[in-house]
Design a protein around this ligand. Structure first.
Ligand SMILES: CC(C)(COP(=O)(O)OP(=O)(O)OC[C@H]1O[C@@H](n2cnc3c(N)ncnc32)[C@H](O)[C@@H]1OP(=O)(O)O)[C@@H](O)C(=O)NCCC(=O)NCCS
Length: 155
């Protein structure tokens, strides 16, 4: 039996920890979900896993990844690195399930994230789970030059 380490809560049913072998599928999803905003590369995901960050994936009935999310714990704060749901599976509750997993993984830490100011679906999701706007970062996303809100969730 594996005893979860502190900060590694039990996974919600249907979620799995990200495995190295899943990285190419995530790179493909990033290209679809974040065109024009420097989608993450395999090297970036390797770095996240090597750093021990908390990454989870969800699979469809065919075993293909249809959702993923990642969290980095930095001292007393926890930063949402990425969260994405395959377009054909959006609006089915998967994004909320993934976000709630990250919230559990953050424990009592303050959570932070950046989100494009025009990303209404993501902002609505974050607000509904207790995040509020802290400020704005101009031209945060490249090469699009889009602005980002910084959002936080307190315990
Ligand atoms: C943001 C994202 C992860 C949401 O995932 P999802 O699985 O579609 O979300 P859910 O079905 O769990 O919906 C949860 C809540 O999000 C909000 N939401 C989701 N899609 C929305 C839309 N198209 N318009 C408005 N609100 C939306 C709603 O508040 C919704 O709650 P409700 O269904 O009770 O109204 C998904 O749209 C996505 O992958 N987008 C592209 C990648 C991205 O922008 N990631 C975030 C980067 S910061």
């Amino acid at each position: 039996m594996t005893i979860p380490a502190p900060d590694e809560p039990a996974l919600a049913p249907g979620l799995e920890k990200l495995d190295w072998a899943d990285i190419p599928a995530l790179v493909e999803l990033e290209r679809i979900l974040f065109p024009g905003d420097s989608p993450w590369t395999a090297e970036m995901f390797w770095g996240e896993l090597a750093a021990g960050n908390h990454y989870v994936v969800h699979r469809d009935s065919a075993g293909e990844i249809d959702g993923y999310a990642g969290l980095a714990v930095i001292g007393i704060e926890a930063e949402i690195r990425t969260i994405g749901v395959r377009p054909d599976r959006q609006r089915t509750g998967l994004g909320r399930m993934l976000l709630q997993q990250l919230i559990r993984a953050a424990g009592r830490r303050r959570m932070l994230l950046e989100v494009r100011t025009d990303n209404e679906p993501a902002i609505a999701l974050y607000v509904s789970e207790g995040f509020t706007r802290l400020g704005i970062r101009r031209r945060y996303y490249q090469p699009s030059g889009a602005d980002a809100y910084t959002m936080a969730r307190l315990r």
